[in-house]
Design a protein around this ligand. Structure first.
Ligand code: AMP
Length: 368
């Protein structure tokens, strides 16, 4: 086990396993390209070790170049084009083979594919040392793959965790055993969001509120937002398939989190089951579900008060609030038994000063 920044990582791939995968790719590419002098383009920063070892195995005529797309988020596509053309000026009519260290969802790859589709290269191929086939959702079929790996956060052999770990000769995997994953449970207005805000700081956790994600999507006019809005406006639950997929995406966006606070999810037995299965597939689990309890009349008063400032239409109308309570009683309350059976259910009195309630929650978390 090694420690990088605040996290523990366990050995995953030895140097020999990695070099074997590198050699496999080099041999496959040599079969197809040894007579054509291809241009290999490494994607920085992560691929520098791979490119170096690859070239030691690929002893035929070739050219080498690099592109850097590390923080492409927020860059316009023009920005990326300029970066790339800087690197390989004379690619017309040539065979270009991209060397990637890792392909996961395929977002970076899509940028590269878009880019090369506008050039007049003779051919464009992709080779990736590591490939997370489970979460890849791109259309492009990867041409050469070194090793298929599971969807866990890895570091080493060029790959970093917040810039450290690139110089490790082996690949390490994030160790989840000391992760804390919590479900905050309770009716609308119970204070889940407020308390999550404090707990995430105190325990260094990532807070995922499905309600907030929906509201963010509505604000930005996305397809997901348009779909969710009709349900939320009435105080009904958004369908499970939609909510579950969204939740998975949110977890996957944070592969290096020390743990999660799920707020407003799960809200149905189907969601709870899906969450258990999903976490198990990632070697993770829920440690505790903590219910914040308060009387309905207090909650209605709190929500109406909140609706005055927040502008949330579902907080401004008592009948919508009561409908959300009905949804809760029918669909969410049965989850108490689901978590009781797993010995993971805790109850905390949700009435009192905010910091008192944080203290009560912390006592439960510290006892885990
Ligand atoms: P909240 O902010 O948690 O009170 O959620 C506001 C609204 O978003 C709910 O009334 C639902 O319409 C929708 N929503 C949030 N989380 C879920 C979920 N887990 N399942 C279904 N709908 C949800």
């Amino acid at each position: 086990m090694i420690k990088i920044h605040d996290k523990l990582f366990k050995p995953y791939l030895s140097e020999a396993q990695i070099l074997k995968a590198v050699k496999k790719i080099a041999q496959e590419i040599a079969l197809d390209y040894k007579d054509v002098t291809p241009i290999f383009v490494g994607v920085l920063n992560g691929s520098f070790m791979f490119v170096s070892d690859f070239l030691k195995e690929y002893q035929y005529p070739c050219e080498v170049s690099f592109v850097k797309l590390s923080s492409y988020q927020g860059l316009t596509s023009t920005g990326i084009v300029e970066t790339l053309l800087d690197v390989s000026e004379d690619i017309e009519g040539r065979s270009v083979i991209i060397l990637e260290d890792i392909i996961d969802t395929g977002r970076t790859l899509q940028q590269l594919v878009n880019l090369f589709s506008t050039t007049n290269v003779k051919e464009f191929k992709i080779a990736s040392l590591f490939y997370k086939s489970e979460i890849y959702n791109g259309e492009y079929t990867i041409d050469y793959v070194g090793l298929e790996i599971s969807d866990d956060f890895i570091v080493g052999y060029g790959l970093d965790y917040n810039e450290l770990g690139r110089n490790l000769r082996e690949v390490y995997q994030l160790n989840h055993t000391n992760m804390i994953n919590l479900v905050l449970f309770g009716k609308p207005g119970a204070g889940k969001g407020t308390q999550a805000g404090f707990l995430k700081e105190k325990y260094n956790l990532k807070h995922i509120s499905t309600g907030d994600v929906f509201r963010y999507n509505i604000k930005n006019g996305t397809e997901l937002g348009k779909l969710a809005k009709s349900y939320m406006d009435k105080g009904d639950l958004v369908p499970d398939e939609v909510t579950i997929d969204m939740l998975k995406d949110e977890v996957e966006k944070n592969p290096d989190a020390a743990g999660f606070i799920f707020d407003g999810f799960p809200r149905t037995t189907a969601q709870a089951q899906a969450l258990d299965n999903f976490l198990a597939s990632k070697d993770m689990k829920i440690n505790a579900t903590i219910a914040l309890e308060a009387d309905d009349n207090i909650l209605v008063a709190r929500l109406l008060e909140r609706g005055k400032d927040s502008g949330r239409s579902d907080d401004q109308d008592e009948s919508k609030i009561r409908n959300r309570f009905d949804e809760y009683n029918q669909k969410t309350a049965p989850l108490k038994d689901f978590y009781l059976e797993q010995n993971k259910f805790y109850t905390v009195n949700g009435i009192g000063e905010i910091d008192e309630i944080t203290e009560r929650l912390s006592k439960v978390i510290d006892s885990l």
